[in-house]
Design a protein around this ligand. Structure first.
Ligand SMILES: [Cu+2]
Length: 115
């Protein structure tokens, strides 16, 4: 007959194994493709047109896996029309998009652009 101590040890191991599963699941739920700011994801694309007065910009953006968006051409609002200063059609840009609709940061993707 097995000792009560051995049975307790086996039970404890079993519980430890069960307790680990949710902990691992939690780690994965914390994974995020985008940056830390809530609701903001980064994207890249090419500017099609700029409407500085209206505070909008049309971008042919690359796929954005964080939003499950394929590549497409679409208009975006910018949080501040000043963000559009110096941007021209044909420019490759990187941008931060908040709540899937408002660009809060945008700049040429080429670090040497504008030099
Ligand atoms: Cu889009």
């Amino acid at each position: 007959m097995k000792s009560p101590i051995a049975l307790a040890a086996i039970a404890a191991l079993g519980l430890a194994g069960l307790a680990q599963a949710p902990a691992l699941a939690q780690d994965h739920s914390d994974h995020r493709a985008g940056p830390a700011a809530p609701g903001v994801v980064s994207g890249t694309g090419v500017i099609k047109s700029v409407n500085a007065a209206g505070g909008t910009v049309v971008i042919t953006h690359d796929p954005m896996p964080a939003l499950k968006w394929p590549a497409m051409t679409m208009p975006f609002k910018v949080s501040d029309p000043a963000l559009l200063k110096g941007l021209k059609p044909g420019m490759k840009v990187v941008f931060d998009l908040k709540d899937k609709k408002t660009i809060v940061a945008i700049k040429p993707a080429d670090a040497h652009a504008g030099h």
